[in-house]
Design a protein around this ligand. Sequence first.
Ligand code: PLP
Length: 305
Amino acid sequence: MTGPDTPDWPRLAALDPRLPSPVQEVVDARLERRGVRLVLKRDDLIHPELIGNKWRKLAPNLAAADGRAVVTFGGAYSNHLRATAAAGRLLGIPTVGVVRGEELAGRPLNPSLARCVADGMRLHFTDRAAYRRKSEPRALAALLRAADAEDAYVVPEGGSNAEAVRGCLALGAELRGQADVVAVACGTGGTLAGLAAGLAPGQRALGVPVLKGGFLTAEVGALQHQAFGGPRGTWHLDDRFHFGGYARVPAELDAFAADFERRHDLPVERLYVAKLLYALVALAGEGAFPRGTAVAAVITGRPFP
Ligand SMILES: *Cc1c(COP(=O)(O)O)cnc(C)c1O
């Protein structure tokens, strides 16, 4: 199936994505005790390399790029950079990654960036000040010039633009009738913005930010405005489960994730998915869901490597 806005680009279709992604019921005693049903929306199974929400967000952008080189932005451990690099190799498209931190340039690459390079991505390291200013058109133009990527199709940091948000409509649509609450971990909030818009009336979306800062409500609103012209669907954020910020995985969270893996035979990605699942168990424990609620957890990724 293709979703409402899934672009029909033959080279993407040839990668044979598993769409709609499977929905899997799990029995977790901690939720069952509270009368809450849990289903896992297995977006991690969409494609072995273009994983989860990265497929949903990149697919419409790759279609729009239509074979041109793609340039995008990320930190040294960005899942988004890796997904873009993999897409470049799979589709035969040149990719350029602008990486935050010029001090990384002279050093051995970490495993995540090494994978990007192995997939053919050309990396350009930039200082943090220039990186931060990339939302200003003139600063962006200068950065693209420095990266020798002026003619490339630009995908923003984290991959969230209007195309990406609309690409996540299908995720919501696939979950119609499957749950009362659909929960997802949030980085930029693009996935939540699209997902919430795709749900049926009466369903609501819950976002769990993995970054500290509390800025995401405005961001999700702005992304919905860009993609749809205004607010869509029912959604809210619970800001209590970032565990100190992006890529912070304290021992308690790691132990929770390892235990969840044993209970349910699910590989739990630590930077996003672990925080989401932890939040759902905590919320159920607090009695935040009325008895009889069905909750869908979107499994947006898989552990790396
Ligand atoms: C990128 C990513 C997210 C965040 O998606 P946003 O659309 O930026 O909110 C969530 N989970 C995983 C596993 C990711 O790689």
